[in-house]
Design a binder for this molecule. Structure first.
Ligand code: NAD
Length: 411
């Protein structure tokens, strides 16, 4: 191993960073990773963990296990001095200050939930981005059911306590609603039969349809399946406030709720906001075709925190993953005296689970839907899981869930 290897500082442990870490040549570079999360999270299966179809630990991989030869520090980077090439921040646990000098900076800091500044969202709604969010949602669902079981509970209370509202009809909101519906049909019907008639799942979407980025026929199919499953899909329903007891729509209508999950998309992290470099729509850092942040010489970015200047790619896992891999290989090539070509994105299509063992697949030449697509959805995600341990755990969770149902304990 070379003594004075160039120092690469990687910020983040999401899809982009994980893919970068997996492919970077640790013999040629001294790689130091900083992130408040010490594991990689396979977010495509996150909605499944909110009801226990899949268990939490089955979809995470500790970052140290993912790649030997890197160093990791669990901390939050709060400020970057791009002139001096120094990162500043605080340790995750005791907020101990730290600083770290680098030769190259690789930003994979992702994004945060976008509340659009709507009053009450941060205080009363739950998000679905991290494992802790999924766990909090799972706790809240069971809490609502147990509270509703109180003897003598007025029927009017059940109408709000058992109303599960999803704001945002993008893939995150739709997949959560689908999992919630499966939980209701397959498990709650068995263990809370008296309550089930009172449970309502509502999806509120500001635009005219849900799943806007999917093919029109697949969108229509998903809406039909949801309506048949008695998931209340309300389009043209923009939420303008979330109060402690009710959601307020743009038209003034109030909807009381037991749980509200906010999934209206993403916005920039405070670190990205703080950087004085060119930014694109949604304040994402603009990068060139080599993923270098515009106006900088040694700062690169990948995934949700950035946007290519030459094309508009969506903030998805597959984009981040391909960018991370490309960037690591480009570093490796330069270390060997070669000149890398520009980043080229290869779209693999989109998948979404819509409940009752049905899924959508919006691929280049195939628009799949229904049960066989669900089998494809499961096998595709199984292939994409990042370790054999994860794959085995997820298969075993699926098997256990189909044999014994989902766990309804709250602890
Ligand atoms: P999204 O941006 O895809 O969808 C958010 C939805 O919320 C939009 O339809 C928007 O109209 C709606 N909305 C915004 N404000 C609202 C309001 N006040 N009231 C009601 N509705 C409102 O968000 P997402 O689902 O979190 O996804 C984020 C990104 O991740 C997207 O690029 C998505 O494609 C990707 N993703 C993909 C998958 C998949 O392919 N299976 C899964 C999850 C996320």
């Amino acid at each position: 191993m070379e003594a004075n290897r160039p120092r690469i500082l990687v910020l983040g442990t999401g899809f982009g960073s994980f893919s970068f870490i997996k492919h970077i040549d640790v013999e040629a570079f001294d790689v130091f990773v900083v992130s408040p999360r010490n594991h990689f999270l396979f977010t495509p299966l996150l909605p499944s963990t909110t009801v226990g179809t899949v268990e939490f630990r089955s979809i995470i991989e500790p970052i140290r296990v993912a790649r030997k030869g890197i160093r990791f520090y669990q901390a939050v980077c709060t400020r970057l001095d791009l002139e001096k090439s120094i990162a500043y921040g605080e340790g995750y646990f005791h907020r101990t200050p730290f600083e770290h000098a680098y030769d190259f900076l690789v930003l994979g800091v992702g994004a945060v939930n976008n509340t659009f500044g709507i009053p009450g969202v941060a205080e009363h709604a739950m998000f679905l981005k991290e494992l802790a969010d999924a766990r909090a949602i799972r706790q809240k669902i069971i809490e609502c059911l147990e509270r509703a079981s109180k003897p003598g509970r007025a029927p009017a209370d059940l109408d709000w306590l058992l109303r599960f509202v999803v704001v945002g009809g993008g893939p995150t909101g739709v997949e959560f609603a689908a999992e919630m519906h499966d939980f209701l049909r397959e498990d709650l019907a068995k263990w809370f039969p008296d309550l089930v008639p009172h449970v309502r799942i509502t999806v509120l979407e500001a635009k005219e349809q849900i799943l806007n980025m999917f093919d029109a026929r697949l969108r229509a199919y998903a809406t039909r399946v949801f309506r048949r499953s008695q998931i209340d899909v309300r389009t043209n329903s923009m939420v303008r406030e979330v109060r402690q007891d009710a959601i307020v729509l743009q038209n003034g209508e109030e909807i009381r709720y037991g749980l509200v999950v906010w999934s209206t998309g993403i916005g920039p992290t405070p670190l990205v906001r703080s950087l004085d470099v060119p930014k694109g729509p949604f304040k994402r850092l603009l990068v060139d075709d080599y993923l270098k942040v515009l106006t900088t010489t040694n700062v690169y970015a990948m995934g949700d925190c950035c946007r290519l200047e030459s094309q508009d790619l969506p903030p998805t896992a597959q984009v981040a993953q391909q960018e991370g891999k490309y960037l690591a290989r480009a570093f490796n090539q330069r270390a060997r005296g070669k000149t890398p070509g520009p980043f080229v994105y290869k779209h693999m299509g989109m998948l979404a689970y819509i409940g009752e063992r049905r899924a959508l697949a919006d691929l280049k030449n195939v628009k799949g839907r229904g049960f066989t697509t669900w089998l494809f959805w499961r096998s595709a995600y199984l292939t994409k899981l990042v370790s054999w341990k994860n794959k085995l755990l997820v298969v075993s969770d699926w098997l256990l869930t189909s044999l014994f149902g989902r766990d309804i304990s709250r602890f």
